[in-house]
Design a protein around this ligand. Sequence first.
Ligand code: GTP
Length: 353
Amino acid sequence: VEAVILVGGQGTRLRPLTIDTPKPMLRAAGVPFLLHQLARLRSAGVDHVVLATAYRADVFAAFFGAGDSLGIRVDFVTEVEPLGTGGGIRNVADMLESGPDEPVLVLNGDVLSGHDLAAQLDAHRDAAAAVTLHLVRVADPRAFGSVPTDAVGRVTAFLEKSPEPVTDQVNAGCYVFARRVIDAIPPVRAVSVERETFPALLAEGAVVQGYVDPSYWLDVGSPESFVQASADLVRGVIASPAVPEPSEALIRGSVAPDAYVAAGSVVDDGAGVGAGARVEGSIIMPGAHVGPGCVVTRSVVGTAATIGADCVLTDAVVGDRASVGARNELSAGARVWPDVVLGDCAVRFSSDR
Ligand code: GTP
């Protein structure tokens, strides 16, 4: 089976981390997020993956250009103008080798999912479907478009966001397409599968099947969910073949003996954590440094950024190479842009006394 991964989005919700690095290449549990998806696809028997790239395609080319050290053949196609989800899928069609009625997996590049890919493929074959969507049930479906299905799992509608959704089933961003359905998407223009391709298939009476699976599922597109995903991967809450050994913390850099690093944190290559610091549920990117006495919770410290002594970071994102002076407090979703220099005690959420 072949797979297409959509990796061309700008990742605006994750800025400033996505200024230099496209979202699928941000490191989660010590490797680019995309490698968790590739490892999972390989475990499911996928041997050829085509990446649909647009934004910062150069970063993918630099990483994957060298060939298939991952044990899976990876090709990539770059859009001149971003073509959206459907246009991106259509744009890679020439690279696919599957026959017209064979299944092709299509994945959003920003979803961490433990669902059963083989079972989704089986559901697609059993229903002789044009497309089979992985659906998940969410606690609050008002934030999503919803996807109702009938008694045999056939999708009956694609509904926009609503204050009173008729179902809690939402599109989980992993599809099986019959190859011929990919070829039928109009070429060289922007197309959204969610808003255009899927509703058009329903309108023409094609079989669009839903595959509901209650396994772990997380859209990693926001800072909160990205750090959550990384911590869950480190701790083995969700298994990934790219994380051989679950643990409380993944430490590749140096951590002072009396510092405390836990709750799925990563201290990546060449990163450091100073004396007495506490780091929980956070990502300290390669070459970054957290000073002595800091308390860092559910936060990301970008590549080569430095955090001075006694800072408090809670639900914060510090961009690459930024320098945060001592005794700053960054909380509640604060985002520091790359290369910014914050002086000592420059931003606080409490008095300094
Ligand atoms: P936000 O800007 O934060 O919403 O993130 P995003 O740009 O990734 O958009 P979204 O989460 O809606 O995208 C879903 C998936 O489709 C992601 O894996 C994106 O990389 C991918 N994607 C979105 N737009 C395009 C596009 O124009 N071309 C390609 N190839 N992929 C896209």
